[in-house]
Design a binder for this molecule. Structure first.
Ligand code: BGC
Length: 774
């Protein structure tokens, strides 16, 4: 009888009160009180916040260590859903109170390393694996990918981003999002938009021309929105042309929703923006992690008639639209046991493919073809590899394969005395760091500094050059969220340079070779020392399998097939944005409102280089670089033949044959650049990447015909005088390159008629920016 009563009252309850999933979203919204609506529009808050300052999320309930949750309203059948970082893997706490189980996630390579694979299938499989871990750990929305443009090598978060080029960024993000969302969990594409520096990141105004926005900073977002339908977008911390991005209706409504057709939810970055009412109006549906002030401000604005409740309803509908798609809403019984073993294999393969071989004189590599067995492993970073960047892009993995382990796993021997010496040094540094942590109360955005070098005496180097077969020396850097790098992070230190010089001199005198490994998340200086060692392998920061991935390439188990997705300049000052980037003058860990007032590059940053970002500048202005965009060596050699362009009325279908003419198996990345006809009304870069493709593993002698699709509109430039995408008539050169500076074949295409597509004249700078021109 009791049970019957209970069932009856449940049914009655469900009949009277609309339940999400059974009733329409509009009906559910109608049944909500204003208070419920506003609760749903802001997150459930965050532990350990002082004065609403940004911190990296800790949500105690549901999934400990996740960045945020939404507010549950059980009477309407609305569950809480869980949001967790990030680009290199799911970031949640690996351990829980009163629980002996562990919740480790796979640490995949950083986004820069993933992009360097130029392999969208592989990136999709990484996304697929990360999405599966999200699903199986009870996470509904993964706060990734991050696809801001790597505008300058010193941005502290470049490691989370893909490239200086929007075609690379947009395609990588598309592949990643498809992979994650295949699991039935969502992503949050971030940080929308023009978030290119960490200094004063919550107060900096990025002042950018409409053209640079359209062609460079927004283009990748447009690609991913149109091709992968991400469930959510995360606005950035910065202002864009005078308005916080999260308060900017032109960005969030006119462009994102109306022009690009985005149908999902927009959320703020954690504590991003200043005015909750304006955020609501602009179309920033949900504020994370949510503060009491935001709640009160919105309620009181509605009550005073300053904020139309229709806007609240619109935003609530978007939140509910997201919630109904989630595993929590669908009551998915997550296992807490994703297949970490098979994901580690994917991480290892992605790490291998993202490595870029910068130098390889006299076939120093692969080691398998030489008699190398015993190795002198030098440089502190060799003994403390960095798997990724710090901040919200960090991942708590169960282990990381060190370089020594990777080498030993593959049967190499490491000089034991050197290993001990460095081991002790690293241990001491770790202890000192742990001690220093005890003194500091605020741990936000802290990361352990890169280990200092130890001086290797000539005596030790002499012994090593006699007793070992090769020297492997690692140069390492650390970077992370909340702080930009400074010029000394770009340049080698005196100690590093000396170690490279002394090792090369001593080993070369003994007729032995030296290999330098770069374990970095950002571009570093190479021009002044790259001729010293025999080989340089850029390993990036490639996650928990790093030691194995590196050795797979060194040994020759696989041929390196990564290429640079950004330019390596000769000097920092060669980059035109150098005068418009903070160079570390005012490094403040957690800027607050009172830390404004430093002016240029702090309160605002003028993007004077305009569209001339990366190779668009270096190639147009014919400046020397250390390594060009798109560059990377292989253990084998490829030739290109038979370029073809077929116009099918909507797209240009472009194809080319690639043949492996070397004696080892390998993969090649073909880049298609286009040089457009000039138009006196506006400048154009010398060439721009429009598409790329990577071959499968080609055996010696094998040929593959690869094809790329270029939609007609992709040839257009943005003419900001008339606010239109314009495809000028004339001759377009399609350049098939192995890098931006190694064009192998060219094919021409004539376009007989100019095509102009007007778009909204939005996001205009409020001040005059003196943009760079030819
Ligand atoms: C970062 C975001 C991240 C969020 C949640 C912020 O500090 O900028 O990228 O998703 O924290 O952890």
């Amino acid at each position: 009888m009791g049970l019957m009563l209970a069932t009856f009252s449940l049914v009655a309850h469900a009949q009277n009160i609309p339940q999400l999933g059974q009733a329409t979203i509009a009906e559910v919204v109608k049944a909500m009180t204003l208070e419920e609506k506003v609760h749903l529009l802001i997150g459930t808050g965050m532990d350990g916040i002082i004065n609403d300052q940004p911190v990296i999320g800790e949500t105690k309930n549901i999934v400990p260590g996740a960045a945020g949750t939404t507010y549950a309203i059980p009477r309407l059948g609305i569950p809480a859903v869980v949001l967790a970082d990030g680009p290199a893997g799911v970031r949640i706490s690996p351990k829980r109170e009163n629980d002996t189980a562990t919740y480790y996630c796979t640490h995949f390579p950083i986004a820069t390393s993933l992009a360097s694979t130029w392999n969208t299938e592989l990136v999709q499989s990484v996304g697929q694996a990360i999405g599966n871990e999200a699903l199986e750990y009870g996470v509904d929305i993964l706060l990734a990918p991050a696809l801001n443009i790597q505008r300058y090598p010193l941005c502290g978060r470049n490691f989370e981003y893909y490239s200086e080029d929007p075609v690379v960024s947009g395609n990588m993000a598309t592949a990643y999002v498809k992979g994650v969302q295949n699991n039935g969990v969502g992503v949050s594409v971030k940080h929308f938009a023009a978030n290119n520096q960490e200094s004063n990141r919550t107060g900096n105004d990025a002042r950018v021309s409409q053209r640079a926005l359209r062609e460079i900073y927004l283009k990748g977002f447009e690609t991913v929105i149109k091709n992968a339908a991400p469930w959510t977008v995360m606005t950035s911390y910065n202002l864009l042309n005078g308005i916080y991005t999260s308060e900017n209706g032109e960005l969030l409504t006119d462009l994102l929703r109306q022009e690009w057709g985005f149908k999902g939810l927009v959320m703020s970055d954690w504590f991003g923006g200043k005015n909750a009412v304006r955020q609501m109006q602009a179309g920033n549906d949900m504020l994370q992690p949510g503060t009491e002030k935001q709640y009160n401000d919105i309620i009181s604005a509605v009550k005073k008639g300053e904020l139309d409740e229709k806007i609240i309803d619109r935003n609530v509908s978007n939140v509910l639209g997201m919630i109904v798609r989630t595993p929590h809403f669908k009551k998915y019984a997550y296992s807490n046991h994703p297949d970490l073993k098979s994901h580690a294999d994917i991480a290892r393969q992605a790490g291998q493919e993202g490595m870029v071989l910068l130098e390889n004189r006299n076939n120093t590599l692969p080691l398998s073809q030489t008699s190398v067995h015993k190795i002198a492993l030098l440089g502190s970073a060799s003994y403390s590899l960095t798997p990724g960047g710090s901040g919200s892009g960090d991942v708590h993995s169960a282990y990381m394969v060190s370089l020594a382990e990777g080498l030993k796993n593959a049967g190499y021997e490491i000089d034991a005395e050197t290993e001990q010496l460095y081991g002790k040094h690293i241990e001491e540094l770790d202890e000192k760091y742990q001690d220093s942590l005890k003194q500091i109360k605020k741990l936000m955005f802290m990361s352990q500094p890169a280990p200092s070098e130890i001086t290797m005496s000539q005596e030790i180097l002499n012994r090593l050059s006699n007793e070992t077969d090769i020297a492997i020396l690692t140069v390492g850097r650390k970077s992370g969220e909340g702080k930009d790098c400074i010029p000394s992070d770009f340049n080698l230190s005196v100690d590093e340079r000396q170690l490279i010089e002394n090792t090369c001199r001593t080993f070369h005198a003994a007729n032995k070779k030296v290999l330098v490994l770069l374990n970095v998340g950002n571009v570093i200086e190479t021009a002044s020392w790259k001729d010293l060692p025999d080989a340089i392998l850029l390993a990036w920061e490639c996650g928990q399998e790093m030691g194995n991935s590196i050795v797979d390439v060194l040994s020759g188990k696989v041929s390196p097939s990564g290429k640079l997705t950004m330019t390596f300049p000769v000097k920092l000052e060669d980059i035109p944005s150098t005068t418009n980037f903070p160079m570390g003058e005012h490094q403040i860990d957690n800027p607050t409102d009172d830390s404004s007032g430093f002016g240029k590059n702090w309160d605002y940053t003028d993007y004077e280089e305009d569209i001339y970002v990366g190779y668009r500048y270096f190639d147009t202005f014919k400046k020397d670089v250390s390594y060009p965009f798109g560059y990377g060596l292989s253990y084998t050699t490829f030739t290109y033949s038979s370029p073809r362009i077929v116009d099918n009325g909507r797209n240009y279908n472009v194809s080319i044959n690639v043949t492996n003419i070397g004696d080892k198996a390998g993969k090649e990345i073909v880049q298609l650049y286009v040089s457009s006809p000039l138009n006196p009304a506006y400048e154009k870069p010398q060439r721009e990447l429009k598409a790329f493709s990577k071959t499968r593993m080609l055996q010696p002698g094998e040929t593959e015909a690869i094809s790329m699709i270029i939609p007609h509109e992709a040839l257009a430039s943005f003419n900001q005088d008339i606010s239109a995408w314009q495809t000028d008539k004339g001759i377009y050169s399609f350049l098939f390159g192995s890098s931006s500076r190694d064009i192998r074949l060219t094919k021409e295409l004539r376009i007989g008629k100019q095509n102009t597509v007007p778009v909204g004249n939005i996001l205009r700078p409020k001040t005059q920016i003196s943009v760079f021109s030819k």
